[in-house]
Design a protein around this ligand. Structure first.
Ligand SMILES: *[C@@H]1O[C@H](CO)[C@@H](O)[C@H](O)[C@H]1NC(C)=O
Ligand SMILES: *[C@@H]1O[C@H](CO)[C@@H](O)[C@H](O)[C@H]1NC(C)=O
Ligand SMILES: *[C@@H]1O[C@H](CO)[C@@H](O)[C@H](O)[C@H]1NC(C)=O
Ligand SMILES: *[C@@H]1O[C@H](CO)[C@@H](O)[C@H](O)[C@H]1NC(C)=O
Ligand SMILES: *[C@@H]1O[C@H](CO)[C@@H](O)[C@H](O)[C@H]1NC(C)=O
Ligand SMILES: *[C@@H]1O[C@H](CO)[C@@H](O)[C@H](O)[C@H]1NC(C)=O
Length: 735
């Protein structure tokens, strides 16, 4: 029973994953050779924009006379590597392409007024880098302005140095289209450094005619994107698809958090195919007056979905039955489903799906291969609606096999209440280890190749990194996100891939900002709880499916000052944790009042409301015996009452849990252990020396322009995002 239980735990640990995608970036295309553009940015800035635009306008006129107007003929000859809608309706489309040092944008916006674009690490304009562009209705001249957002209020201020270079701009009856370029790092404190971290792209549209004298914007928004990440595109050959979705599942309003799992049988394929991508199928209908209604704008409660491969099982009859059934509420699913532990596709809110890198596919329909898959849907129904749901995942596959058979490995911190993030912390770090012993036992002699990684945590996470240790030396990070946004779940390509050898160690490190919280956050599946996971796409396929760690129970409670509980020793508590909070075969517990309520309510629907609680309930039930100063308190009450504002305390806890003992789990695809669960100390290695300052090369530092900005007077150097723009503009015009 013990084993099966841990298995269940590790299966659950996998409850989030996502497939990466990759396209070896085509040689980034440079701007067409143009003597004007090949000069330094400073010089360009110094040129008369009017002159440049009128040149462009002249070209346009020539073309216009020659042929029927075709806006395409007016574009620069760049191939846009990326193209994204910034808003829901596609009124603002951003296309871009970058080189090692610069990035060129094309912004198509449904406005005849100005269009503003911003870059920031947060979804607001505080400290943002802003650029505003428009086409003058009278003469067709385009202008672009460099501004930044104030740190203290929603105002934009003209930059001292202009770092945006206009390439072209025109408008037709409905749209304004501008192309402009900047350096990735302008070495200007007033500009945002564009890196491969997630960037919040802000946009704003002015009303018609708002070209020279700008009133407040009429529409605005923000969207997280990674500007410098290569993306994998669907292939040009037609793909087949397999829709893995629930049918008419009713989510009752009492279920704030619900996990639903269902088994699916593989499509009947005569030979091996490759899964090359997936996209979400979201079909949620709120039930109003007993009738499900299709509301275009209603928010779906689907928070994330994961499709897992199940290990082969001889009992086809049983599995076929499950495949025809409705599925199960997560915690009630049959224990055999724990063998569905290898994630192959994972979607989370904010993602439009993904395609795999071109050289990798995940096998589907192999003879004698996997026959069953489990779809897990996590509903986050905090609004407490009744909903009829038929959501799922569309899996794209092809018979033209790719070069490598890929697989996804889950790593990080085992999802459990033992993963505690104290409140009031600016940057609290936790780690999950995939041990040397595990990779030694499960990987082939010459290792595997990592192609992409999905880093996953919830709302308090700010940074996630996947570290790679070989021997006693840390190698460069496999993947890293410094501005994590839990609403933006897309894999990150590992540039040129990474060779990961047998015996190497993986460390997933998460940094949380809990300054706005008053109580500790515990690990768990609810969007309000936390996680710290990496889903790693690699090839060739191996037996390894999951590789996690968590703090051993004894070390955990001792770190929080607890020596003994009523009725249960640490070993028994550990067994409960490893069995995902099941209470079978344990002596009756003397319970706190809080615990009593929880247990009594467990018989009813309440557990459903709470979701799969991963030990949170147990934390409320455990009553402290030793030391006497905490006696009779539940552990949860103790945790909530700790003096979290005391930095010495939290630093000590962080250090003890981070660098202390870790209980590691090494799980194979067939649900057996790669190596037995073991308790080990944090690996001893030499940390990578941060190379940031060395790498930064600001040799392209822009030339300061004659102090045009100053003439408008220091008094008017800040504006609201709307009016500010007007001022910015005047500065340029007066020049
Ligand atoms: C105007 O320009 C936009 C953006 O380039 C384009 O999508 C749209 O079709 C154009 N409209 C007309 C009438 O040409
Ligand atoms: C699901 O529910 C909708 C609306 O009630 C109904 O039209 C549809 O036939 C149902 N589908 C199935 C497969 O039961
Ligand atoms: C059980 O839960 C329900 C609903 O959350 C609540 O109304 C009730 O008071 C709880 N029972 C106990 C004994 O606390
Ligand atoms: C703890 O609870 C027990 C039984 O309820 C009581 O006898 C004892 O005095 C309490 N101890 C403290 C320190 O409050
Ligand atoms: C870690 O490794 C270094 C060098 O290999 C060694 O000097 C040190 O004692 C080790 N520390 C521990 C705790 O094993
Ligand atoms: C910094 O990194 C670059 C490559 O990323 C490397 O060539 C260089 O040696 C590193 N410098 C230091 C001081 O580590």
């Amino acid at each position: 029973m013990h084993l099966q239980i841990v298995v269940a735990l590790s299966a659950i640990l996998l409850c989030d994953a996502k497939l990466p995608r990759f396209k070896p970036q085509a040689q980034p295309n440079e701007l067409p050779a143009n003597p004007l553009h090949s000069q330094g940015l400073g010089q360009l800035q110094a040129q008369s924009k009017t002159e440049k635009t009128s040149r462009i306008v002249d070209q346009y006129r020539v073309r216009h006379r020659r042929e029927v107007f075709d806006s395409k003929s007016y574009e620069s000859s760049l191939t846009w590597a990326h193209s994204e809608r910034l808003d829901q309706n596609g009124e603002v489309i951003l296309r871009w392409v970058n080189t090692d040092s610069s990035i060129t944008f094309r912004l198509e916006a449904k406005t005849l007024g100005y269009v503003g674009l911003g870059f920031n690490s947060a979804r607001n304009m505080r400290g943002a880098d802003l650029v505003v562009a428009w086409v003058d209705d009278r003469n067709g001249n385009a202008q672009v302005l460099d501004c930044y957002g104030s740190e203290y209020e929603d105002r934009a201020i003209a930059d001292d140095v202009k770092n945006y270079e206009l390439i072209s701009g025109y408008q037709n009856e409905t749209h304004t289209t501008v192309e402009f370029r900047r350096q990735l790092d302008t070495c200007d404190k007033q500009d945002f450094v564009i890196t491969d971290d997630t960037t919040q792209i802000l946009w704003a549209l002015g009303p018609p005619g708002s070209d020279g004298q700008l009133p407040k914007h009429v529409k605005s928004g923000a969207r997280p994107l990674r500007l410098l990440q290569p993306v994998s595109k669907p292939e040009s050959i037609p793909l087949n698809h397999w829709d893995v979705r629930l049918t008419n599942l009713t989510i009752p309003y009492v279920m704030a958090t619900l996990f639903w799992c269902k088994i699916f049988k593989v499509p009947d394929l005569p030979k091996k195919h490759h899964i090359v991508g997936y996209e979400p199928l979201i079909d949620s209908r709120p039930i109003r007056n007993n009738v499900p209604v299709q509301e275009p704008n209603s928010m779906s409660p689907v928070h994330h979905m994961v499709l897992y491969e199940c290990a082969e099982d001889d009992d086809k009859h049983l599995w076929n039955g499950w495949a025809e059934g409705e599925g199960y509420f997560g915690p009630n699913r049959p224990s055999a489903w724990a063998t569905c532990a290898t994630p192959i596709a994972a979607w989370a809110i904010g993602s439009q799906g993904e395609f795999l890198p071109e050289n990798v596919g995940i096998p589907l329909g192999e003879k004698g291969g996997v026959s069953y898959y489990m779809l897990e849907v996590h509903y986050d129904n905090q609004e407490l609606h009744n909903v009829l749901d038929s959501s799922g995942i569309r899996v794209h596959y092809t018979s033209s096999l790719r070069q490598h058979d890929g697989a996804v490995l889950g790593a990080g911190i085992g999802v459990s209440a033992l993963h505690v993030i104290p409140p009031k912390q600016k940057a609290y770090k936790t780690v999950g280890i995939c041990s040397t012993e595990c990779t030694e036992a499960t990987l082939p002699e010459d290792g595997v190749n990592i192609v992409s990684v999905l880093l996953h945590a919830h709302g308090t996470a700010r940074k996630i990194s996947l570290k790679h240790i070989r021997g006693t030396q840390e190698l460069p990070r496999i993947s890293e996100e410094n501005y994590y946004d839990s609403h933006y779940q897309q894999s990150r390509i590992v540039p040129r891939g990474r060779k990961f050898l047998r015996g190497d160690t993986l460390i997933t490190e998460c940094t949380y900002d809990s300054t706005s919280k008053d109580k500790p956050i515990l690990g768990g599946y609810s969007a309000k709880q936390e996680m710290c996971l990496s889903f790693i796409l690699y090839y060739p396929r191996t037996a390894l499916a999951g590789c996690y760690s968590m703090t051993p129970v004894k070390e955990f409670f001792e770190t929080f000052g607890v020596k003994e509980f009523y009725g249960l020793n640490f070993m028994q508590v550990e067994n409960i944790f490893l069995s995902s909070g099941s209470f079978e075969n344990l002596p009756p517990l003397p319970l706190s009042d809080e615990g009593q309520k929880h247990i009594m309510n467990e018989t009813g629907e309440e557990q459903g409301v709470q979701g799969d609680d991963q030990g949170v309930g147990l934390m409320k039930e455990l009553v402290i015996w030793e030391p006497p100063e905490f006696r009779n308190k539940s552990f949860m009450a103790h945790l909530n009452e700790m003096p979290w504002a005391e930095p010495l305390l939290t630093e000590q806890i962080e250090k003890t849990l981070y660098k202390g003992m870790h209980m590691t789990f090494c799980k194979r695809r067939d649900d057996t252990w790669g190596v037995p669960m073991q308790i080990q100390s944090y690996p001893n290695y030499t940390e990578l020396i941060s190379n940031e300052t060395a790498e930064k090369s600001c040799h392209y530092k822009s030339v300061r322009l004659p102090s045009v900005t100053k003439t408008s007077g220091a008094t008017t150097r800040s504006f609201s995002w709307a009016t500010l723009v007007a001022l910015c503009i005047m500065l340029v015009v007066t020049r």
